[in-house]
Design a protein around this ligand. Structure first.
Ligand code: C2E
Ligand code: MG
Ligand code: MG
Ligand code: MG
Length: 271
């Protein structure tokens, strides 16, 4: 809302004051030195195998507590990191930090989210290799999570890079599956190891749109079974969702029902 009384005089130039834009600029500026000031932290949220009753992997989730602006939601600052290109440097830190933590856990996999800018940076393979070497984490214990929009931005290049990561032994999961523009019939074009069903479909299992959610999840389970891909469901919050997923043959689950993201996760922590 650009009200007249919001107009500010800057030198001799009148410009309209936009509070939202002002905040974003402040945050972007703070982000540019957040890494150097140690304002980032990783929280970890387990994925459990509900049939085996154990933690199979742990996802690293970036947190930012700005000294100047306080704690910020990933939904706000991750798009800013992407737009400014800082995500490449910060993503490098996330990879190193997550691999370092996971190397201490023993048998548990760690999953790291990647953004499109990291794929475009030309340095991704080296970055991953360096993070593995520095931490001593076996490549077989690392999963990278990518989104459909990342995949579709440059399908040929993405397929090539994913192939090289797979050749190293690293796993690749398609995150937030079902929210993007790719189709189920398209996923076999990419060397994926698994798919994470977006929590929107899991949420639908609890509502009057339950039938719709079930149709989608059944189709994903069927196709992933045929392609030999693992299926993870994210955002499980209720025992009912868990029960329906189990009934549909989904055993790997992640959600607040089991554990919230926490700092300093260890194999002995609850959940
Ligand atoms: P995502 O990779 O799909 O991660 C799952 C998000 O769902 C996380 O939000 C997690 O806290 C939340 N979540 C987990 N279980 C539940 C549940 O039962 N209910 C609800 N309502 N939410 C649940 P978070 O941590 O806010 O992260 C949001 C997104 O930011 C992530 O979505 C991911 O796309 C991105 N992100 C986080 N860390 C990184 C990172 O290091 N690099 C990049 N490129 N993106 C990241
Ligand atoms: Mg993820
Ligand atoms: Mg997700
Ligand atoms: Mg999601």
């Amino acid at each position: 809302t650009l009200a007249l009384q919001d107009a500010q005089r800057e030198g001799s130039v009148w410009r309209v004051y936009n509070p939202a834009q002002h905040t974003e600029l402040g945050l972007e500026q703070a982000l540019s030195h957040a890494l150097a000031q140690g304002e980032f932290e990783l929280h970890y949220q387990p994925v459990i195998d509900d049939v085996a009753g154990k933690v199979v992997s742990v996802e690293a989730l970036l947190r930012w507590h700005s000294i100047q602006h306080g704690p910020q939601s990933p939904a706000v600052f991750i798009p800013l990191l992407e737009r400014s290109g800082l995500i490449v440097q910060v993503g490098d830190w996330v990879l190193h930090e997550a691999c370092r933590a996971a190397a201490r856990w023993g048998d548990v996999r760690v999953a790291v989210n990647l953004s499109a800018r990291q794929f475009a940076s030309g340095d991704l393979i080296d970055t991953v290799r360096r993070a593995l070497t520095a931490s001593g984490l076996p490549p077989q214990q690392l999963d990278l999570e990518i989104t459909e929009s990342l995949m579709m931005q440059n399908p040929a290049r993405t397929a090539d890079l994913l192939g090289r990561l797979r050749a190293m032994g690293v796993g690749v999961l398609l995150d937030d599956f079902g929210t993007g523009y790719s189709s189920l019939s398209y996923i076999h074009h990419f060397p994926l190891t698994g798919v994470k069903i977006d929590r929107e479909f899991v949420r639908q299992l609890d509502t009057e749109t339950r039938a719709r959610g079930q149709v989608i999840i059944r189709a994903v389970v069927q196709i992933c079974g045929d392609l030999g891909l693992k299926v993870v469901a994210e955002g499980i919050e209720t025992p009912a969702q868990r029960a329906v997923l189990r009934e549909m043959g989904v055993s790997q689950m992640q959600g607040f029902l089991f554990a919230r993201p926490t700092p300093g996760w260890t194999p002995r922590s609850p959940g």
